[in-house]
Design a protein around this ligand. Structure first.
Ligand code: GLA
Length: 416
């Protein structure tokens, strides 16, 4: 019965209900979100400072577009008519004033709410108010909605969970469309209800994991028993739900989201920041920065504005990368690119240095999903470029030998 309902829902989507706005997120969205650094400590002043920094740092020129306020922008209660109320101390001039400031910089403005009756931070959620909230967002000039999954009902079976989530997100998607202002709809149910199966007609991206933590290979517990929850470092996120197997669901306008970036936040080294950024790029995850743009280091800025790495993420073919193989501590990831090109990423997962030889002649990379094959030989010689260093490394006639520090990656673009 539940399966039938889900099938009917998907059919309705196909027939024009719950159709998200087309033409948005043709490539994975790029922007900044307040949560990783500021949690609920956000304000109109912060929005202005971040928007100013966004432009001054050249992020707009590098392709970043959205400035998104996460949880904490609301007052604790709706008004007497059921409208959401901006937090009076944090946003004394309302949300529209903040959105106007962002728009005046040529950027787009995003906001957060939740499919439950309260957000994860305890503020009013949208359940039962979806159409009313969508109208408010349109009135304020919102271009992006991140929509969370706290305080929703518990369902006992996986099928029930899936149906319930698909319905809840569909209601909000419909509400946004009814309000008329194009909104990029970013689903955030942490991959708990298999969104890669049902979310493509409903939203533009969906989270595939729980929350990220600024560490490379750790799992961080929070809270006290019995309600302990975890946040995840870069490697656990890569391993969770077998990220590379979800790639068939991704494509233009529908992306797997491995959560906002922690690049530049305390807890990650230079090599870890570079690898984290490049992995998110290679896996076609949205590139939503989560650091403090007001006090960014030169090192962090050069990582997040590396045009050649960003180009892998924004590649027009829109094919998510995959783990080609693991050898000892080194993993090799591959991503087919437009115009017959390829990206490769060699990652040292270990906490000790390693040397690695990639003997091109012995490798053949087959991508049955993209129906592409990469092989090397006398008649198939590729030029190799190191994208972190921005320098050419010759071609594939000679084996590639590289030394990788702990958690360091070598990211390559191969062109004929
Ligand atoms: C959840 C989401 C986070 C963030 C917080 C806000 O944990 O997964 O990304 O939005 O809620 O409370």
């Amino acid at each position: 019965m539940k399966k039938l309902l889900l099938a009917a829902l998907l059919l309705m989507c196909a027939n024009g209900y719950a159709q998200k706005f087309a033409g948005l997120a043709k490539t994975p969205q790029m922007g900044w979100n307040s949560w990783n650094t500021f949690a609920v400590n956000i304000s109109e002043q912060l929005v202005k400072d971040v928007a100013d920094a966004f432009i001054a740092l050249g992020l707009k020129d590098a392709g970043y577009e959205y400035l998104v306020l996460d949880d904490g922008w609301m007052a604790m209660e709706r008004d007497a008519s059921g409208n959401l109320v901006p937090h009076p101390d944090k946003f004394p001039n309302g949300i529209k004033a903040a959105a106007d400031y962002v728009h005046a910089k040529g950027l787009k403005f995003g906001i957060y709410n939740c499919a439950g009756w309260r957000t994860c931070g305890g503020y009013p959620g949208s359940k039962g108010h979806e159409y009313q909230d969508a109208l408010k967002y349109a009135e304020w000039g919102v271009d992006y909605l991140k929509y969370d999954w706290c305080n929703t009902a518990s369902m006992s079976s996986d099928a029930d969970k899936e149906t319930y989530a698909a319905e809840a997100y569909t209601v909000m998607s419909d509400a946004l469309r009814a309000a008329g202002r194009p909104v990029l709809f970013s689903l955030c149910e942490w991959g708990s209800t298999n969104p890669w199966k049902w979310a493509a007609p409903v939203g533009h991206s969906w989270r595939t994991t729980g929350d990220i933590h600024p560490c490379f290979d750790c799992v961080k517990p929070h809270g006290d028993a019995p309600s302990v929850w975890y946040s995840w470092g870069v490697i656990p996120i890569l391993n969770m739900r077998n990220q590379d197997s979800l790639r068939r669901a991704a494509g233009s306008g529908r992306w797997n989201d491995m959560d906002m970036l922690e690049v530049g936040n305390e807890g990650l080294s230079l090599h870890e920041n570079q690898s984290h950024f490049a992995l998110w790029a290679l896996l076609s995850s949205p590139l939503m920065l989560g650091n403090d743009l007001r006090s960014i280091s030169k090192e962090t800025l050069s990582i997040i504005t590396n045009k050649e790495i960003i180009a892998l993420n924004q590649d027009t073919l829109g094919i998510q990368g995959f783990r080609y193989k693991s050898a000892d501590s080194v993993e090799v990831w591959a991503k087919p690119l437009a115009e017959g090109q390829w990206a490769l990423l060699l990652l040292n997962r270990a906490t000790t240095p390693t040397t690695f030889t990639f003997d091109w002649a012995a490798e053949k990379i087959t991508d049955s999903f993209a129906q592409r094959e990469l092989s090397f030989g006398k008649n198939s010689v590729w030029k190799v470029r190191d994208l972190h260093a921005g320098k050419d490394l010759g071609n594939t006639t000679k084996a590639l030998k590289s030394a990788l520090a702990p958690h360091q990656s070598l990211v390559l673009r191969l062109t004929k």
